[in-house]
Design a protein. Structure first.
Length: 476
C-alpha cells in the first residue's frame, strides 16, 4: 500500500511541477489552452479529480482561468509572480548585439513570465571566460558562439559542456542552409543552433567603381586586371589607392585555396595535402598581388580591420569581406555594395562563417533555453535580423525573402549571397582544428613577409598539419 501511495505522489508531483514550470517558462504562452483534463489524466496516469486539484491551484495562483465550454487558458502573469530568469552570454564585438536586444524584447513579450539577462563579455578570451563561468553559480544558460569559438571549445576538449541535439529536434532547422548547419555539427549532432552566417564575398566602393556591370571576375586574371585598373599612384609612384585588398586572416586567405581547388587534407580527412600545386599557386597569386603587381596593400597581420579600414577610407576599391563587416561600412557612412559574382579561379569557392546559440549542458533551465533558441530560429526573430542588419539570418526562406529587403540598410546587390552560398565551405567543414589554424597563422608569417616561397612554406608546414590524435578535431 505504501509503494502505491509513493507512486501516486510521484506522478502527482511530476504533473504539478511540469505544468507549472511550462507556464512560468513560457513554454505554454498566455492565451493558449492547456490540454483537456482527460488528456492530462491519461498522460500522467492520474484521475480527473487529481488533475482538477492541480488546475484549481493554478487558477488560485492566477496562472490560468477556466473558460466555460472551452477549457483552461493561461493568463497574463500577475505582478506577484517573479519572472523566471534566463542567462544569455555574448561577446562584446558581436555586430548582432543591438539586434539581439530587439529580438530579446520580442521574446519577453511573447513569454512574459521570462526575463532574459544578457551578459556581454569581452571578446578577448571569450571562450575561456565562458568555460570558467560554467563552473560558477552565475553560469549562462545560453551562449552566442561563432564557428571560431566552437573550434576553440573543441580544442579545449569541452564540447561536452554544450548540449547536443539532433537537427530535427528544432523547428525551422530544415530551412537552414546545409553548409550553415554543418558549421555547428559534431558528428550528426548540433552543438549550437544556427542563428546568422556570411560567405566571404567581394565588396566594392560605389564611388570608385560606379558601374559594377562592367566588372567581370571569372578567374584570377580578371581579378588582377580589375585591381590594376583601379590602383592609382602619384608621379613619384606613391600609391594613392589600391584596386584590391584582403587580410591574411584564416577565413580570408583560405578562400583563395578553395577558389583554386587547394586543400588542407586528403579526402580521408587526416592525411595533409597542403604541399600541392594548387595550394602553392593560390599563395603565389596572393603574394603577387601585394609584391609583384603592388595592387593590394601588404598585409602580414591576421586582423581583418587593417584592410577593411582602408576600404572605409576610400583607399581600396574592392575588398574581400563579409556580410558581418558590412555593418561597419554602413555605420561609417560610405557607399558600398556587393559585387554580384561568385569568387573563383579553377573552381568557384569561398569561405563560410557563422554564429549560433549554444545551450549549456546540465542547465536546470534547459527547457526554457530551448524555447529561447527555437524562438531565435523562428521566422519572427530571423526577419528582425534580416531587416535590421546586413548579417544574414540562418533560415534560407528568410534570408532570400526580398520583401524584407531594407534599402536603408542593405546595398543594392545584397542578394548576391544566393549564388555564393552553394560554393561556400567553413573551416570546420574542411576539418581544420583550431590549433592547426593558429599554427598556420604563425608559420605563414615568413611567406606573407615575402621571405619564403609558397613551395618552401607549404612543404615545411605540411608535416605540422598531421594529427597527433586523428579523432580530435573540434567541430566537424
Amino acid at each position: 500500500m505504501l509503494k502505491k501511495r509513493n507512486e501516486f505522489e510521484g506522478r502527482y508531483a511530476l504533473f504539478r511541477n511540469e505544468i507549472r514550470g511550462e507556464i512560468l517558462s513560457g513554454a505554454i504562452r498566455p492565451g493558449e489552452f492547456l490540454l483537456s483534463e482527460v488528456t492530462l489524466g491519461e498522460r500522467y496516469n492520474l484521475s480527473r479529480t487529481s488533475v482538477r486539484r492541480v488546475l484549481a491551484e493554478l487558477e488560485a495562483d492566477g496562472l490560468i482561468e477556466k473558460m466555460p465550454g472551452k477549457g483552461n487558458r493561461v493568463r497574463q502573469p500577475e505582478r506577484k509572480y517573479e519572472k523566471r530568469p534566463l542567462k544569455v552570454a555574448c561577446f562584446s564585438e558581436s555586430y548582432e548585439i543591438p539586434i539581439l536586444h530587439k529580438t530579446i524584447r520580442l521574446f519577453e513579450q511573447a513569454y512574459p513570465h521570462v526575463k532574459v539577462e544578457l551578459a556581454v563579455l569581452p571578446t578577448a578570451n571569450y571562450v575561456a571566460s565562458v568555460l570558467h563561468s560554467f563552473e560558477g553559480e552565475q553560469a549562462p544558460d545560453v551562449v552566442l558562439v561563432s564557428e571560431f569559438h566552437l573550434r576553440q571549445i573543441g580544442q579545449a576538449g569541452k564540447l561536452d559542456a554544450l548540449l547536443s541535439s539532433a537537427p530535427d529536434e528544432w523547428d525551422g532547422a530544415e530551412d537552414v542552409y546545409p553548409g550553415v548547419l554543418r558549421m555547428f555539427t559534431e558528428g550528426a549532432r548540433l552543438k549550437a543552433v544556427p542563428l546568422v552566417f556570411s560567405p566571404v564575398v567581394y565588396c566594392y566602393n560605389t564611388e570608385l567603381i560606379p558601374d559594377p556591370a562592367s566588372v567581370r571576375l571569372d578567374d584570377w586574371d580578371d581579378l588582377l586586371a580589375l585591381a590594376q585598373r583601379y590602383t592609382l599612384a602619384d608621379e613619384q609612384g606613391n600609391k594613392q589607392q589600391y584596386g584590391f585588398g584582403f587580410s591574411i586572416s584564416g577565413n580570408r586567405w583560405s578562400s583563395f585555396l578553395l577558389q583554386n581547388g587547394g586543400a588542407f587534407y586528403e579526402e580521408d580527412g587526416s592525411t595533409p595535402s597542403f604541399a600541392g600545386e594548387r595550394t602553392e599557386e593560390a599563395f603565389q597569386f596572393c603574394l603577387d598581388l601585394m609584391y609583384k603587381h603592388q595592387v593590394s596593400p601588404i598585409s602580414i597581420h591576421g586582423s581583418t580591420r587593417l584592410v577593411e579600414d582602408l576600404f572605409i577610407r576610400n583607399k581600396v576599391a574592392v575588398v574581400l569581406s563579409t556580410y558581418y563587416f558590412m555593418s561597419e561600412f554602413r555605420h561609417n557612412g560610405m557607399n558600398w555594395d556587393v559585387l554580384p559574382v561568385v569568387p573563383g579561379n579553377r573552381t568557384k569557392g569561398t569561405t563560410l562563417i557563422g554564429g549560433g546559440l549554444a545551450i549549456r549542458s546540465g542547465t536546470d533551465q534547459e527547457k526554457l533555453a530551448r524555447t529561447f533558441a527555437e524562438f531565435m530560429l523562428g521566422r519572427e526573430a530571423q526577419a528582425v535580423i534580416k531587416r535590421e542588419g546586413c548579417t544574414l539570418p540562418a533560415r534560407a526562406s528568410v534570408a532570400e525573402d526580398e520583401s524584407l529587403w531594407n534599402p536603408d540598410v542593405h546595398p543594392k546587390h545584397y542578394g548576391a549571397f544566393r549564388d555564393v552560398v552553394p560554393h561556400a565551405r567553413s573551416l570546420n567543414e574542411l576539418g581544420v582544428a583550431q590549433d592547426k589554424i593558429d599554427m598556420l597563422q604563425r608559420e605563414l608569417v615568413l611567406l606573407w613577409s615575402n621571405l619564403e616561397s609558397p613551395g618552401e612554406a607549404c612543404r615545411r608546414i605540411e608535416p605540422l598539419l598531421a594529427r597527433e590524435e586523428p579523432g580530435v578535431r573540434g567541430a566537424k
